[in-house]
Design a protein around this ligand. Structure first.
Ligand code: ADP
Length: 375
């Protein structure tokens, strides 16, 4: 039995500026012990969804179950969940100890048991020497540990985390990301984690739920999301630099070989990936998609061009540590450039002519109108 089950969830805010629901027809089955990440741009409905699970926001339509029990009308304190917020939401005038103990006191847990639990969890989080201080007297990372500690002392069925690392600096964010994963491995508690950061989503989630405009775009493992994005939005949102999109047509050559074609390219599409669905697009406009690391370059244009190659002009290139991002101009209709991610040691002058090579195994096809991935 999935531990958290969201069925056809909608949220319409009564005072909303536009008529579109903040969350539409959201469906998700979260398994016991799973770490699920909700990710998407600002305003896509992530927090609203989490707050509905927590009981901090009413549900306009649909049902939420925890352990098979309908919780739509259950007050937050009876849902057996703990929430960790971006701004920590700690009581400034209480010590870190009292902040961690707060939920236990409310539940009338015995005093000796509270001491035992708070101290044990504080040791786990390496904040046991900070318990007498107040939140304002410790660093941001430590404050977030206190907030995590407050959540875990209660040993709830489900953890909800809303951008818990957003207020930390980059280095601390990476460190806390690892800590949260270690904590999850140890506690194996079902966790639903909200972030706008694709790196957090890709590194932390067993499965990722990508949202846009209140609508779930794809629910899948990080690998699947990266390698088989359901649509163009996901190809752009996940991956840095984003997936390249190229406008062209699908053409049939001799022997049934299909080609992605435009004025600069005539790329053979792998035969083993051709489906009935793809064949419907023969002689029709189509959008090709390829990630920057699936494009490679060579400087010399005197040699013959191979079938999966195309001519391009280097616009600019950026050195990013071990990689170089080379922006290529191929006079696309929409004036977009292509980006190739190549080893840093390869240098290409701005304005020089190069040959690009597409690794066709990683070439995708998208519908021009619906923007859905065809293959
Ligand atoms: P996210 O967490 O993905 O940034 P939110 O869930 O906060 O997105 O918001 C989703 C949409 O709902 C946004 O358009 C936002 O403006 C709207 N919204 C959020 N809270 C309220 C509210 N209390 N009243 C009206 N509209 C709201």
């Amino acid at each position: 039995m999935p531990q958290v089950s969201l069925r056809n969830i909608y949220k319409m805010y009564p005072n909303a500026k536009n008529s579109a629901p903040a969350v539409q027809d959201f469906n998700l089955e979260v398994e016991d012990g799973e770490f699920i990440v909700l990710v998407g741009p600002s305003g896509c409905g992530k927090s609203t969804t989490l707050r509905m699970i927590a009981g901090l926001e009413s549900i306009s339509k649909g049902e939420i179950y925890i352990d098979g029990k309908l919780i739509n009308n259950l007050p937050p304190k009876d849902r057996d969940i703990a929430m960790v917020f971006q701004n920590y939401a700690l009581y400034p005038n209480l010590s870190n100890f009292e902040n961690m103990a707060f939920g236990l006191r409310l539940r009338k847990v015995e005093k000796y048991k509270i001491n035992e639990l708070v101290n044990a969890k504080a040791r786990e989080l390496e904040i046991d020497n900070l318990l007498e201080r107040q939140p304002k007297d410790v660093s941001g990372g430590q404050r977030q540990r206190v907030a995590l500690g407050r959540a875990i002392v209660r040993e709830p069925k489900v953890f909800l985390m809303d951008e818990p690392l957003s207020n930390l600096d980059a280095k601390m964010r990476v460190q806390m990301r690892v800590e949260i994963m270690k904590l999850h491995q140890k506690l194996q508690a079902t966790t639903i984690y909200v972030t706008h950061d694709q790196i957090e989503a890709m590194t932390m989630g067993h499965r990722i739920v990508i949202m846009n405009g209140g609508i779930v775009q794809q629910v899948a493992t990080p690998e699947e999301i990266y390698n088989k994005p359901a649509n163009r939005f996901i190809g752009s949102f996940i991956g840095s630099p984003p997936m390249n999109f190229i406008f062209g047509r699908l053409e049939a050559g001799s022997g049934g070989q299909l080609y992605f074609s435009n004025s600069h390219m005539y790329l053979p599409f792998p035969r083993e990936r051709v489906t009935k669905e793809i064949e419907k697009y023969i002689d029709a406009d189509i959008v090709g998609g390829i990630r920057p690391e699936a494009l490679s370059l060579r400087g010399s244009i005197s040699t013959e061009r191979k079938p999966n190659e195309f001519y391009a002009e280097v616009d600019v290139s950026e050195l990013v540590g071990a990689d170089r991002y080379v922006y290529l101009n191929i006079n696309q209709r929409n004036r977009e450039t292509l980006v190739a991610r190549v080893p840093a040691k390869e240098r290409y002058e701005s304005g020089s002519r190069v040959i690009g090579r597409a690794d066709m195994e990683f070439f995708h096809l998208f519908d021009v109108n619906t923007e859905q991935r065809i293959e």
